[in-house]
Structure formats: C-alpha cells, structure tokens
Design a protein around this ligand. Sequence first.
Ligand code: 5AD
Ligand code: SF4
Length: 444
Amino acid sequence: MPRYHLTTFGCQMNEHDSERMAGMLQSLGYSASASQEDADLILFNTCSIRETADTRFVAHLGHARRIKRERPSVIVGVGGCWAQSVKDEVFAQFPFVDVAFGPGQVHRLAEFLTSESLTAQGFFEFEGFTGDLPASRSRPFQSWMQISVGCNCRCSYCIVPSTRGREVSRPFADLIAEAQTLAADGVREITLLGQNVNSYGRDLRPQPHAFSDLLRAIDAVEGIDRIRYTSPHPKDMREDVIRAHAELPAVCEHIHLPLQSGSTAILRAMRRTYDQARFLDRVRLIREHVPDCAITTDIIVGFPGETEADFDQTLEVVNEVAFDGAFTFVFSPRRGTQAAELTDGLVPHEVKVERMERLVYAVQRHAAERAGRFVGRTLEVLVEGPSRTDPLRLRGRSRHNKVVNFIGAAAPGALVPVEITGATSQTLTGEMSLLALAADPLAL
Ligand code: 5AD
Ligand code: SF4
C-alpha cells in the first residue's frame, strides 16, 4: 500500500481541503504515514496569507528536497494558495517538485498519481469544489462544510482573491443533503466555510439564496446541535443573519467579525467598503439581538499610511466593542496586491512593533474581562478529549467558542453542562455538573 504524508498550513479552509485530500488519497489506496521519511508521497497544503507563511513553508520544502535526493522515487506534491500564487515559477524555482495544484484542482492530484506521466505537472484553473471529494474527518462529531469558494472582494492587502479566484457558491440542495448525511454519520457540530460566508448564495441560479436561509435549513436538520461559520464580512452582516443567532437553536453565540482597522481612512485604503460607524452599528445590532454573543475579530497594524491618529481609532474601537478575542497581524506586503505597491507613509518596523504591543495589551485585557462573565455560570460544553495541559482534565468548547478545561468524565462528542470556576483571556476552567448524565447519554 503506498503511503502519504500531508502537512497543512493556513486557515480552516485549508484544514478542510486537507481532509478532502486525505479522503481522496485513501480512496486511491494510500494510507497515512507518520513521517515524511517513510512516505511515497510527500504532500503540502500551503498558505500565502503573510510573508511568514511563505518562509515557514519554504523551510519545510527544503526538508522534502533532502529526502528526495536520498530517495528519488518519492513524489513531492504542493497544493493550496502558495502553489497557486507562484504557479508560473514553481517548477523553475523548485525543480524537485513533481506536482503542483491550486485550491480548486485537488482532484487533479488523483489524476496525476494514477497516470503514467513522469513529467512534472501543474494544475491551476478552478475546476471543482474540494467539498465534493470524500473526506477523512479528524473528529467524528465535528465537520467542516465548504459552502463557497473564492472571494469577490478586492481588499488591497489580501492575496486570497488571486489564489482562490472568484466566488462560487455550492448548490443549496447539495449542502442540505450533506448536512443530513453528516448528522446521520454522528456529526453534531458543523462549521460552514467560505472566504466570505455571508455573501453565500447570491450567485446561485435560477434561484439565489440568502446565507440566513442556509442557516435556517441546516438548523432544521435533526442531530445538528451546533452551527458555526467563518469568516463573514461586515459589509454583508445583515439583520437576518444576526437574527438567526437569536432565533435558531443550533446557531452558536459567537461571531467572528474581522475589523482590520478602526480608522475609516485606513479602511478605505484597504478597500473594505465599510467605515468605523458601520462596523460599530453591526456590533450594536448583534448586542441588541444576542446580548451574550461572543464577538472576535482580526486586526492588521501598520498598514501603509496608518498614522498615530489612525491607530488610536483602532484602539478606540477595540475599547468600545470589548472583543472576546482577536487575531492581530502586522501588515505584510503580498505579491500582486495593490497595497504592496504603496510607497507613501510606510510604517517603520519599530513603530509597528510598538503599536502591536499596545494593541495586544488592550485585546487581552478585554478578552479576560469578557471571559470573566462566565464565572459562576453553567455552560454547555462539547467534549473534544483530554486537556492538552493536564491529562486528568477534559477539554471542550462552549457555544461561545471558548476552550474549557474541566474536571469530569465524558466521551468525546458529548454535550455536557460545566460549571465555570475560572477564566483567563484564552480559556475557561470548570467542573462538570452532576446534571450531565441527565443531559446527554453520551456523557460517561
Ligand atoms: N498582512 C497582514 N495580515 C493580513 N491578513 C490578510 N492579509 C494580510 C496581510 N497582507 C489578515 C487579515 C485577515 C486574516 C485572515 O489575515 O486580518 O482577516
Ligand atoms: Fe492561507 Fe488565505 Fe489561502 Fe487560507 S485562503 S490558505 S489563510 S492564503
């Protein structure tokens, strides 16, 4: 039996795509190998969102080259966003790569592996949803669901529109059928994935659909207890989507709403198509309909032209919203993007670092304060397995997407009530309530 080793970089969409790659390889008779040294196929699913993603990956690729030098029969394959973004140079720069493919051509890997061809090949035109390929899920009770691919936004810093192409939604009926199959297979939590999830369905013909219709239809699937999605765009965060969180029992009390900057001038330069007031208005609407909702975000510091006053605006929004958590990034110029061409107002490295420190401090302070509201409450936790830091405890997630480490006994996949006794900016701690047995037969 041939063996593959797959390394995944990047976002949840890449994790999803990797599960599909693994599923496809298993259907071709491949089995997973624990190390690259033992593999017949060394595969990478790559990311190119920031420069650090590129450098990290190229170091891994160097290791694959050394293995290939010792064992020339090994096949080296590179898929995903980095591969797509260097499609014209990949074979010239990395001649030991045998096959390269973008995020929309994963199925071509199978074609390559089953053909007699000995020459290197690249596949880069969008041809199909990875979501249509067989999956090999890492957890039986949780699943990704790819609802669309690509992105029609033109955010000036972002490489994704060029790596994942124009937005295409998967048919509504296919998604409902997939949710039903997943539920029948024991899945309780589904995370809907798209580059811009809440613009889902507008391109469908003859019948366009709204994202909130999709939430409603999946909520109605018996056995699906939790629905999450990532990432929405603030411009498409309409009231119907927010109301879905309040009205549909399965839709979790967590929204990841990428801010990027609190300054209207910088948002314009980023081509985000909303301003500070509109973002704050979306937050107000969320709090009005779903008062307990966790709100997390992404923020970029040091975008070209960002002045001290612009950065203050970001801090102001952070302080006003009091996010439950935030991913913070230093601006990284990406090949082919508009922002990479900007030469005015470049922010010096030490200023970026100093702003980042202030931002992280503010973010963590609010995250810790927000997490504190859970202490003394009993939260429903979906058990994932033993805690990573203390094997005597269990680890799971609340509906607010908080990691909870707790004392108790329950099988992975159980939904159990946990009394929260402690909170930090990152995690909650607690004890499983004795009501657990009554709540879910999977407990214990
Ligand atoms: N530089 C820094 N951060 C970026 N992101 C996207 N592109 C860049 C870039 N060029 C961040 C955004 C996005 C998250 C996934 O990565 O905040 O929401
Ligand atoms: Fe990386 Fe973005 Fe591609 Fe995800 S979509 S793998 S974050 S470049």
